[in-house]
Design a protein around this ligand. Structure first.
Ligand SMILES: Cc1ncc(COP(=O)(O)O)c(C=O)c1O
Length: 444
């Protein structure tokens, strides 16, 4: 028998939605803020605590977005607030060219958290800076070996940020039209989508991709690095484990570095400290952000000493690198993960989430499948359904009206990623709301 859950323990919708005043805020922003920032769903946040979000009328929602996988340790986490407050009380908001104690403590902690094979880190503010820095480091590495070793291998459908190199490495062709040229040293391999290859078909799939690439270039002489999104974002699609292991072997044989873009996968989201650990390999570089700062702008690249020390003094640095507030938040995030065993929590609660979602997928022909690991999941719908993106936007809006926030991807998927502190009750309630609204939207 299905367990009865008291909705009012979690969700409180006491006004009309969107809350009074939301439209006005949207209108005011539209006037003064660049259009590129818009397209948000119709809700104005007032506050967020643990896995709840409150709008400007005080309505309470369950958050399955974690503000796009940032609030892994829960919104407004007490430890993060305390550490930031301590830094504020010490009157240290910035120091840049001068060092401070928290910077030392945090980077030491971060390296340990990343595990064996990592000795150094470089901190900055945005995820796109991290992938940009990894791009630079991989090219510097190649240049040191041989002037033509400039090639970077990336993947179709992957995404790495909005700055120049990040967009050139991403698979989205429309988004990078503004660049005005293509870098002939950036090569995109086809992504091994689960619907394209069988479980053991990855080997021939990768061999075929590499063979095609080798017709154009020499791997050893022309390629310095590979950039991999740990799972392809929109569908939470992981690679077959053997595929990554084989790719790593090819890289080793050809003196090519592997960077993992852990923006969404890092900091325990997938049930491991970092998502690459699912593949049983150690990358040369990891790019992180989002959950790293628990809500405070913090990003970074972690890697081996000989790669991280390639840039000269001052050649890889930024005014806000290792800001004391960000380092305090980063330190609190790691301590919180360790003290509350959030990695294990993500793994265990992820099993409940995926079990419930798989049940929904099995009973609904419009749903193609469910992907992801731990507390990241994507419901991928049948692409051929007419106007599927519009239907899914409507689905997400209906869920908001029922008190549940989801990630609208703009494609044939919706994504779920609650704070890792979410409870079993809230997971069951959320999946119930999703199921009800899928049935309403697709069977109307
Ligand atoms: C996989 C991935 N890489 C890079 C980025 C860029 O991070 P940021 O938005 O912090 O620049 C994102 C952001 O969504 C991401 O999901």
């Amino acid at each position: 028998m299905e367990k009865k859950i008291d909705i009012s323990n979690h969700i409180k919708i006491k006004s009309r939605l969107p809350a009074f005043g939301t439209d006005r805020l949207f209108k005011r922003l539209k006037k003064v803020e660049s259009r590129s920032m818009h397209g948000q769903l119709p809700i104005a946040w007032k506050s967020a605590k643990d896995f709840y979000v409150y709008d400007i009328s005080g309505n309470r929602f369950i958050d399955f977005t974690s503000t796009i996988f940032v609030a892994n340790t829960g919104h407004s986490n007490q430890r993060i607030k305390k550490y930031i407050q301590r830094t504020l009380d010490n009157d240290l908001l910035h120091s840049y060219v001068y060092i401070h104690k928290i910077r030392v403590k945090y980077i030491e902690k971060l390296i340990k958290f990343a595990g064996r094979g990592f000795d150094k880190a470089f901190l900055m503010s945005a995820g796109t800076e991290a992938t940009e820095a990894a791009f630079k480091l991989m090219r510097m590495y190649g240049q040191k070996k041989n002037k033509r070793k400039l090639g970077i291998i990336c993947f179709e459908g992957n995404w790495h940020g909005r700055t120049l190199a990040a967009q050139m490495m991403s698979g989205n062709i429309n988004q990078k039209k503004w660049v005005g040229y293509t870098d002939k040293n950036i090569h995109h391999l086809p992504f091994p989508y689960p619907w394209k290859i069988s479980d053991d078909g990855y080997e021939s799939f990768l061999k075929k991709s590499i063979k095609k690439l080798k017709k154009k270039i020499n791997l050893k002489k022309d390629v310095c690095g590979v950039m991999i999104e740990t799972f392809q974002g929109w569908g939470a699609l992981f690679y077959p484990k053997g595929y990554i292991q084989m790719l790593k072997k090819i890289c080793k044989e050809n003196d090519i570095l592997i960077s993992f873009d852990e923006m969404q996968a890092g900091f325990s989201r997938t049930g491991k400290n970092f998502g690459f650990q699912h593949y049983n390999i150690t990358p040369d570089l990891i790019c992180c952000g989002k959950g790293m700062g628990g809500g405070v702008p913090l990003a970074g690249v972690i890697g081996r000493k000989e790669i991280m020390d390639l840039p000269e003094v001052g050649n890889m640095s930024s005014t806000n690198s290792a800001n004391p507030i960000s380092c305090s938040a980063g330190l609190a995030v790691i301590e919180e993960i360790q003290k509350k065993k959030l990695t294990l929590q993500a793994k265990n609660k992820g099993k409940i989430l995926h079990y419930e979602l798989k049940k929904i997928a099995k009973s609904n022909k419009n749903l193609f499948d469910v992907y992801g690991k731990g507390l990241i999941a994507a419901l991928v719908f049948e692409k051929k359904i007419p106007k599927i993106e519009i239907k899914l936007k409507y689905l997400v809006e209906r869920c908001i009206n029922d008190g549940l926030l989801l990630v609208y991807t703009g494609r044939e998927s919706i994504k779920l990623g609650p704070p890792l502190t979410i409870t079993k009750d809230a997971i069951l309630l959320a999946t119930k709301i999703i199921k009800k609204n899928i049935n309403l939207v697709f069977n109307d």
